[in-house]
Design a protein around this ligand. Structure first.
Ligand SMILES: NC(=O)c1ccc[n+]([C@@H]2O[C@H](COP(=O)([O-])OP(=O)(O)OC[C@H]3O[C@@H](n4cnc5c(N)ncnc54)[C@H](O)[C@@H]3O)[C@@H](O)[C@H]2O)c1
Ligand SMILES: [Zn+2]
Length: 387
């Protein structure tokens, strides 16, 4: 505490992180969005500007009309300021120009802090639109409607958003809790299998660090999940989202001021791999490989027993995740592959001491502050043989 004269008041800002589950949110018979947008606490603020992921808009061409009809139906309470389409996927986060376009829309539509921005799409679109919403007018309330399993289970239900800079993941961003998240399962109807599967990896991740029973459940339901059985997927999403929201709300560090970031288990390598692949590897695919590396690393270091490591890799394989990529071998003359730069970039992004989450058991994690690069290389070598 400084002894210099100073003025100091604590500022407590209560946030409420809310995730709703529904089907067909813009069916006029579904009052959820109206109820949320026009609730007492929102003070009847009701202008809304929409951004829809291009892939969602193409695979569900009636969506814009449904939204328009919804707003017509509730016209006394809601006012639609436009439904804009943006390309989805990582290319959006790599395109800094798209922010200018969103800011221009916000300015033109006179969207103020008492209005809403509504993002409907994959995690990449939610991250981008969420960042624009968090920064325009220093923060506009925003709704997230994640349309991928990964978005509904993880990316869409948290408090972070952002875009890439110089192809570095999430280099520019902000912590801004959404006004509300609506997980509308009917959006999953048009999602390609590869992206349906991607969300499973974040569920495995959160089960590994927090909940052995959930891990058992994923194992027991692997066949149903492989068949994209809707009941199993919805349960996985619900349980995974619950863990993420609970962690954010109760870990004591919602805005990641410290260095510990357990929800990023397996992500130091994953973020680098996404970049090394020119974003050909999706976030989910890269996280599967990152989890495989940190699982074998935990085993090699004697923290995790061999049968648990085997069990984890078996589940990844059973759910048809690749556990190795040739991008792990890319190097620039030295004996060290580029992927190891992911460790320093991870540290830099968080600040402070390098902090990597590892496993003690299924459902139980701990942190280390250094990684032995030879052991990381050995773990990657084993994965190559196993893949
Ligand atoms: N903010 C966070 O806390 C957080 C957490 C985890 C991941 N993320 C980010 O989320 C992103 C990954 O999100 P993702 O896995 O949802 O991938 P994504 O946003 O790249 O979407 C995958 C693809 O599916 C398309 N798509 C989306 N919904 C669809 C639908 N219903 N039907 C048909 N196509 C559809 C998209 O256009 C895209 O091409 C990464 O950028 C990652 O860094 C953010
Ligand atoms: Zn992730």
């Amino acid at each position: 505490m400084s002894e210099f004269p100073h003025i100091e008041y604590p500022i407590h800002i209560p946030y409420n992180l809310r995730v709703y589950f529904t089907q067909k949110a813009f069916d006029v018979g579904n009052p959820l969005f109206r109820d949320l947008a026009c609730s007492k606490e929102s003070g009847n603020r009701r202008k809304a500007l929409f951004y829809v992921d291009e892939a969602v808009s193409q695979s569900k061409p009636e969506l814009a009309d449904e939204i328009a009809s919804y707003f017509d139906h509730y016209s006394e309470e809601l006012r639609l300021m436009g439904v804009n389409v943006l390309p989805g996927g990582e290319s959006l986060k790599n395109d800094d120009k798209c922010l200018d376009r969103i800011y221009a829309d916000i300015e033109r539509s006179k969207i103020c802090r008492h209005s809403y921005i509504v993002a409907i799409g994959g995690g990449a679109l939610l991250d981008t639109v969420g960042f624009a919403a968090a920064t325009a007018h220093r923060g506009i309330r925003h709704f997230r409607f994640p349309t991928t399993t990964l978005g509904q289970a993880d990316a869409g239900v948290g408090v972070k958003n952002g875009i890439n800079f110089n192809r570095k993941k999430n280099f520019v961003g902000a912590f801004a809790p959404p006004f509300a998240v609506v997980n509308d399962f009917s959006f999953l109807d048009t999602l390609p299998d590869v992206h349906l599967r991607n969300g499973y990896i974040e569920a495995i991740k959160v089960a590994l660090i927090r909940d052995a029973t959930f891990f058992d459940w994923i194992e027991e339901n692997a066949e149903a999940l492989n068949a994209f059985d809707r009941k199993a997927m919805e349960e996985l999403i619900h349980r995974c989202a619950e863990h993420h929201v609970a962690h954010i709300a109760t870990s004591g560090d919602p805005f990641e001021m410290g260095s510990v970031r357990p929800l990023d288990f397996g992500h130091w390598a994953a973020h680098k791999l996404e970049q090394l692949s020119g974003f050909a590897l999706s976030h989910g695919e890269a996280v599967a490989i990152g989890i495989a590396i940190d699982t074998l690393y935990s085993e090699e270091m004697g923290y995790l027993n061999a049968s648990s490591a085997e069990r984890i890799l078996a589940l990844l394989k059973k759910l048809n995740f690749e556990i190795y990529s040739d991008h792990l071998e890319r190097r620039n003359g030295s004996r060290f592959p580029y992927v190891l730069e992911g460790l320093e970039e991870f540290r830099e992004h968080l600040g402070g001491l390098l902090t990597i989450t590892l496993l003690k058991r299924v459902g139980s994690r701990f942190e280390v502050h250094e990684m032995d690069t030879d052991v990381v290389l050995r773990a990657m070598g084993r994965l190559k043989k196993l893949s």
